[in-house]
Design a protein around this ligand. Sequence first.
Ligand SMILES: [Zn+2]
Length: 465
Amino acid sequence: MLPPFDYLLTSCVSADVAMASHAQAEALAGLRAQRLASLLDSAARGSALYRKVLAGRDPAQWCLADLPIARKTELMEQFDGWVTDPALRLDALRDFASDSSCIADAFYGRYVVWESSGSSGEPAVFAQDARALAVYDALEFWRGPARQRMADPWSVGERVAFVGATGGHFASWVSIERLRRLNPALAGSLHGVSFLQPTRELIAELNALAPTVIATYPSVAVLLAEERLAGRLEAVPHALWTGGEDLSATTRAHLQKALNCRVANSYGASEFLALASECRLGNLHLNSDWAILEAVDEHGREVPAGEAGATTLLTNLANHVQPLIRYDLGDRVTLHAAACACGSHHPVIDVLGRNDDSLQLGRPGDPMVRITPLAVSTVLEDDAGLFDFQLEQQGPCHLLLRTGLHGEAADASLRRARAVLSAFLVRQGADGVHIHCRSGETGQRGRSGKVQRVVSLLEAPAGVH
Ligand SMILES: [Zn+2]
């Protein structure tokens, strides 16, 4: 069944987003207030959980900062009472998300479903209706990296290669599959290239595809840059679109130079696909007409503008089906008060997101094999079913796999994870790697405040931080 798409709604939302791209700060605040009231009203009426939270409050007096902070684990535990459509049941969604033959299919004829990945704990599941999707589409269209080719955005004139986790119900892959299925003309111009295959095969696929745009994670882009510098990557994209991880200024400059193309970064999450994108001056602007971010300290108190919080609370004004109100995203974000010279009144933000390390493996004398942290996480989560882990590289051929789990279940999980990871590393060309395992140990926190899931104690190569 085709993914949901409402042409009239999409046109209206698109016109609204186009206008709001140039709106003044006051007009944006007005849109936020109106949309927040509408979200809270839907939540109070449709969600058993929020009916309790919002009971006894005068709707006119609702102040976001007075509402409780929502956390993923708690929301997922009471999923059926959280959502505003009683037909949405977690067990049915989990079944759907475990079937790779129905990626981007319409769930119950009206929802697009994806799972979160790359963060701690079990994946959350998110259902988007036609309205939320229309908002994400419009934000991507008018403000995303493709807007700079307005004559032909997301278009048949480009060959876009998404290098990442393909084949699963992940937000980025589901979104690409959805576009391809809604518009057959795009099917020939949007391609998925799995980053789980050995680097040699990945590069051969990219060379055969000759994409004009590569969309991927910064850590994967670093691998591609190395392959270009070594003369193996022949594809010559004119643009590199990055997202999903930290992109430092140093790494950005390195990528730009090595790949000789424009780099456009954006920030999104499974909880809100198009949170922020870069302006022509290279600043990330929050899409503040549809998303509210609050940078807060470890006690949930707002931090002053210009300071990074311990975590960030998201209120998603587009999705009324699964209300995300002051939802703890786990990323550290700085919201700046000063206006950007580009003229946009959407606030500039800096994101200290996920910043795992790549692994560099190989016996002395052998060529080093680079493995990206997202590939390792995908293998451990999807193939081994291990979500609570930290993998630390301690030497060229030595890895330590930790889990916070205890007891026999932990030992069984670690055994399975070690076997799956070993087989994966051998397929990548990294032979003779010893993987030590420890249970009952939570890993170190990185500077993003999250437990770094893949950590290397080896020195990073020059130009990459
Ligand atoms: Zn700007």
